[in-house]
Design a protein around this ligand. Structure first.
Ligand code: ATP
Ligand code: MG
Length: 417
């Protein structure tokens, strides 16, 4: 036997016993998205590396070290998409969907990041993302957050997730704050972790995110972003909080929440859970009023989020267990050479809406009944050459063992009764 070739590290198969859950959760989310008149956009998995460098930010973890990038045969640098926002904005600009218009969009599909694989963190994972363009209004931010709350409600997760929000103001406010933060931290440089030392020059706000205890101790007395915000940003955040409260949505203000991406302004948020260990954030996003402009389009405000689909599925499984694939309604037992008749019977039932597992492999009757029991179907149809000649089938209720002979012409009506 030749050597087995295995999948790449961090690249997972979704096996047949898991796809039912995978798809049914997505259907639930898509139904809610439709009620919010948010329509799907599909964009490529591969884009120019420059798109992500500009759209996600050179100094972000994603662009610095997490992209799958390569050079094509004609010397173009391309990357597998690490996230969906940049590609979505590129498509909107390219097709004239953002200029002077409102767009309510979502995407779903795989994203790729070169990270150390662990539970809830993979190299290929799925995100469902929402991007709303053309509206700058705290009520819109609230609408999207309330829609997320409906996701959790529909999936039975409301009690397991917490909404954390913050405002990071304008890029000017952040630049001023960044200077003050760096001025303060320089004096304690030796006490910071290596990543944070590097970020002093590249992306100082990310230091707030550091998991290092010494760094966090130094940060305890650092200047805070809230003191650098302008009045408009403060008012915007107050309005958002008031609308959420008026709509019964609980939240926690987390002043350290800055998010990893460069392009956010004002509102940022995360939905977190305590049930998934270190991979606590299920859904995260914020406002990005400058991104379209950064990517070469006309200034267009935006608000959106990315939802980590595997983490969502893990959370559902953690608190509710796994949803099994529904079994067949009818299992057909082929006794003898009756394949063409059983195909005809199966077709009739399938066209009437039944899920039919036709045991074309045949075999010993006893073994076929064992298979029928294992299939979970409540009904077995038995077909043999005599029944076929008479255009009949035997219907057996597997729970009770009750059995009757039915004319093919009456079969659908009889099964529906
Ligand atoms: P983290 O801090 O966990 O690395 P992030 O800030 O990099 O998250 P985003 O880029 O905002 O995450 O992506 C949105 C969501 O996608 C995350 O909140 C998470 O649920 C999910 N996600 C991000 N990276 C991965 C990954 N490598 N594997 C699985 N899910 C991921
Ligand atoms: Mg990350």
């Amino acid at each position: 036997m030749s050597k087995v070739i295995k999948s790449l590290r961090g690249f997972n198969d979704v096996l047949p016993q898991d796809t039912y859950q995978f798809n049914s959760v997505l259907r639930t989310l898509e139904q809610i998205l439709a009620q919010y008149c948010i329509n799907e956009i599909k964009v490529p998995y591969l884009e120019s590396t420059a798109l992500f460098a500009r759209g996600v930010g050179e100094a972000t973890d994603i662009v610095e070290k997490e992209m799958f990038s390569f050079t094509t045969n004609d010397q173009e640098s391309v990357s597998l998409r690490p996230e969906g926002t940049a590609g979505t904005m590129r498509a909107c600009i390219e097709h004239g969907l953002s200029y002077n218009q409102e767009q309510r969009l979502y995407y779903f599909g795989p994203m790729f990041r070169y990270e150390r694989p662990q539970k809830g963190r993979y190299r290929q994972f799925h995100q469902l993302g929402v991007e709303i363009l053309g509206i700058r209004n705290p009520a819109l931010d609230a609408e999207v957050l309330l829609m997320c709350a409906e996701f959790w409600q529909a999936l039975g997760l409301s009690e397991y997730v917490t909404l954390e929000i913050n405002t990071i103001g304008t890029s000017e406010a952040r630049a001023n704050y960044g200077k003050a933060l760096v001025a303060y931290l320089e004096a304690y440089k030796d006490q910071l972790d290596a990543d944070s030392q590097r970020r002093l020059t590249s992306n100082p706000l990310r230091i707030l995110d550091s998991k290092d205890a010494n760094t966090q101790a130094v940060l305890a007395n650092a200047p805070v972003l809230a003191d650098f915000l302008d009045q408009e940003s403060k008012d915007y955040f107050e309005q958002l909080k008031a609308i959420l409260t008026a709509n019964g949505q609980e939240f926690v203000v987390n002043p350290k929440l800055v998010r990893g991406l460069d392009y956010y302004n004002d509102t940022v948020f995360e939905w977190t859970t305590t049930r998934l260990g270190a991979q606590a954030t299920v859904c995260a996003g914020g406002r990005y009023d400058r991104l379209v402009e950064i990517l070469g389009g006309h200034a267009t405000p935006g608000f959106g989020f990315g939802l980590g689909y595997e983490r969502l599925l893990l959370l559902i499984e953690e608190v509710q267990g796994k949803q099994e694939t529904p079994s067949a309604d009818v299992f057909i037992i082929n006794e003898g050479d009756v394949a063409s008749y059983s195909l005809k019977v199966a077709l009739q039932l399938r066209q009437a809406g039944f899920k039919v597992l036709n045991n074309l492999a045949g075999g010993k009757l006893k073994k076929q009944f064992t298979k029928a029991d294992k299939s979970g179907a409540p009904l077995a149809l038995i077909i043999n050459p005599e029944l076929s000649a008479a255009n009949q089938v035997n219907v057996k209720r597997l729970a009770t063992g009750e059995q009757e002979t039915v004319d093919l012409a009456n079969l659908v009506a009889s099964l529906k009764a």
